[in-house]
Design a protein around this ligand. Structure first.
Ligand code: GH3
Ligand code: MG
Ligand code: MG
Ligand code: MG
Length: 300
């Protein structure tokens, strides 16, 4: 499979400058361009380029302002910016770099040098992205890890307070999983965790839903803007049934002949006096109830 070409955005009010730089990259990059700062911000937020080459002297909003705005938005903050400008003085260069640009190149440009600098910064960006991804991913299951879960719950909780749309948390725990490990070994236990992770992923339909490995054999699902309780139960039920359908044998379980899960659901109207932990506490209470009532069930 061929990887997509890196996408770069060239911002300059002079077409000849754009052409000069575009010539260097067109063969193996996707090149976008803008002649004003406002247009550059639009393209940056929608096309998400891998790198931006930014002129300073632009009509209206100048390059420094464009850079400052890019760095103040969550969506665009991580896009590397390289200034390409005729302003070669130390004050301007210091200002550009202090605004968060990764590099500062003065015109007239030296084409091969520009090309190598851009390539290096794109490689660095990719390496950073991979690390960021690793830092929020659970190594065993590939789901979000606890760090990402906590972050997302915090953000969604804040959104819930603003919008008053329902926010649902599902906590899931595998039934008699210690006995499963004791009977079949930890490697089979790990296979079981991975299989259940796939079931959970498939059960959630919206891009804004998040499935995470919450703890050892516990998973958490964050479902923002949930509809009526029947919708929430439908998601939980798809997971419960999906795990049963895996038909993973579990001889030592007193609940069923196969692996099953218990689920606790919390859909809570919270106020600013509350915290995200309230949802976790509620879901945990329901999970405990599901366990005590015989497992392989959903409580909410
Ligand atoms: P219950 O039905 O009440 O939840 O019983 P349980 O045995 O599932 O609960 P308990 O909390 O006693 O045991 C959880 C087990 O999960 C213990 C531990 O060996 C297992 N576990 C936790 N993390 C992992 C993991 O990464 N891999 C494997 N294979 N097992 C794990
Ligand atoms: Mg200019
Ligand atoms: Mg547990
Ligand atoms: Mg368990």
């Amino acid at each position: 499979m061929q990887l997509p070409h890196p996408r770069i955005l060239i911002v300059d009010d002079e077409i000849t400058n754009i052409e000069l730089i575009a010539d260097l990259f067109e063969a193996d990059h996707e090149v976008l361009f803008a002649t004003t700062g406002a247009r550059a911000l639009e393209i940056a937020a929608t096309a998400m380029p891998d790198l931006i080459l930014l002129d300073v002297m632009l009509p209206g909003m100048d390059g420094f302002e464009v850079c400052a705005r890019l760095k103040s938005e969550r969506l665009t903050v991580d896009i590397p910016v390289i200034f390409v400008t005729g302003m070669g003085d130390v004050v301007a260069e210091t200002r550009g770099l202090a605004l968060g640009a990764v590099d500062y190149i003065t015109k007239p440009i030296n084409p091969p040098v520009v090309r190598v600098r851009v390539t290096n910064h794109i490689e660095l960006k990719k390496a950073r992205d991979r690390l960021t991804q690793l830092a929020v991913t659970d190594g065993l299951t590939g789901l979000a890890n606890r760090r990402r879960f906590d972050e997302t719950l915090g953000l969604e909780f804040a959104r819930h307070l603003r919008s008053h749309a329902d926010l649902t948390l599902i906590l899931l725990d595998i039934d008699h999983f210690k006995l499963f490990n004791d009977t079949y070994g930890h490697l089979r236990g790990d296979d079981c965790l991975r299989a259940i992770a796939r079931v959970i992923e498939r059960a959630m339909y919206r891009v804004t839903d998040l499935a995470a490995r919450y703890g050892g054999e516990e998973f958490g699902c964050i479902l923002p803007e949930t509809g009526p309780p029947s919708d929430v139960i439908a998601v939980a039920e798809r997971i419960r049934q999906g795990v049963i359908a895996l038909e993973i044998p579990h001889q030592t379980s007193s609940t069923a002949a196969h692996v099953t899960v218990s689920l606790g659901v919390a859909t809570q109207r919270c106020t600013s006096d509350d915290s995200p932990e309230l949802l976790i506490t509620r879901a945990d209470e329901q999970l405990y109830l599901a366990k005590s009532q015989g497992r392989n069930q959903i409580c909410l």
